[in-house]
Design a protein around this ligand. Sequence first.
Ligand SMILES: [Fe+2]
Ligand SMILES: [Fe+2]
Length: 472
Amino acid sequence: MPTAVDYGDRIPNNVGLSEDRRLQRALESWQPKFIDWWRDLGPVAFKDNEVFLRTAVSVGQDGWANYDFVRLPEYRWGIFLAEPDADRTIAFGEHMGKPAWQDVPGEYRPDLRNLIVIQGDTEPASVEQQRHLGVTSPSLYDLRSLFQVNVEEGRHLWAMVYLLHAHFGREGRDEADGLLERHAGSIDRPRILETFNTDTSDWLSMFMFAYFTDRDGKFQLSALRESAFDPLSRTASFMLREEAYHMSVGSTGVERIVQRTAELMRTHDTDDIRPNGGIDLATIQKFLNLYASISFDLFGGDRSTNAANYYTAGLKGRFREETRDDDHQLTDATITMDEPRDGELAEVEVPMLVALNRVLQDDYVDDCAKGVRRWNKILASHGVDVELRLPHRGFNREVGVFAGHHISPDGELMTEDDWTARAKDWLPTTDDRDYVNSLMVGVHELGKMAGWIAPPRVGVAGKPIDFEYVRL
Ligand SMILES: [Fe+2]
Ligand SMILES: [Fe+2]
């Protein structure tokens, strides 16, 4: 039986909050801080307009997405965990085969808390990064998409805060406060991961972010869904359903830009479509390079004893751990990976346990490639013989074995001088950003769409594309 979400409570939840008065009081004292944070650092525009949003009403297969008009500050953020499986056992590591944990074992407390805080920190960060985008949305349809992603990231924050409050005592409550005290781009208290301190100031960046950076979220959450700590596993499961939508906003957003670009290239028979108000392919490729590379950084060190320890302890697994045909201990397994050695990229064999961040990143790269193939099909169908490409994993990296090296999008190791001379061809320049920003003029009239992006193929929840998704 799907569990209904109790909307009678101040904090909608399916975790029986009203039966745990201490926890309820603790979360109710955090709630006003969250609301203040949303007001101060959430979306700057359309704060009081009604938006056609989905809200979870139960966590069963279908009941979790209920569409209605709601004003953003009145969105019912709450705590939803996927249905429990009473017989769930641990699928990997040294506790494999034993029942999943309902409480945090003392010895793993610091590590689990860290994992939850790092994940939790990204959720409000992206809302902060995207806060100005409503002003320049290319249509009401896109404005709605932005707000849907934003409110769900808000709930992902709630999900992590619930775990911290329910299972980590005083320290957990302090960490929950910290999630609202660090801010994207703040000099004094920045977000933990550098990728979440950049500003998503235009919609090309927004769609690339949703495609590449939210997809990192999918892979981190998939690894946490395997966790022996069952409440974390169930929380991650529920978040993943929403993450799928965020990635589709990115994937279809880039697709629509590519579509419009290809149409303009064909109509005007030129690659240089800036005079026609389009985003040229070279610029799209540069933004793709940027967002892919800063998202590769989110996987952490390519060699990591932390990753090995998390796996052995059962805290964080691999993507789709259970479908893998091995011993789920990995004590003897190895993988080959490329890394810079003596001035070139060399294939080295490393124990899989210490390379688990790279293993997760491998699955991520495969997943990223699918969208790029779809975008290229659109180009091909318009007779455009240029393809978009994922950059080499070592390109533009700040974290891991490639950091400090200069590697081209094709995977060529270069000198610093060569790199400096070429970087403007590979990453957005000030001029590129100025051009993209010049296109960012909000289009908020019913049924209208900005000229640099094609309309979506379908509307939301059976509504037409020109539906009034945000009531002005
Ligand atoms: Fe999220
Ligand atoms: Fe997301």
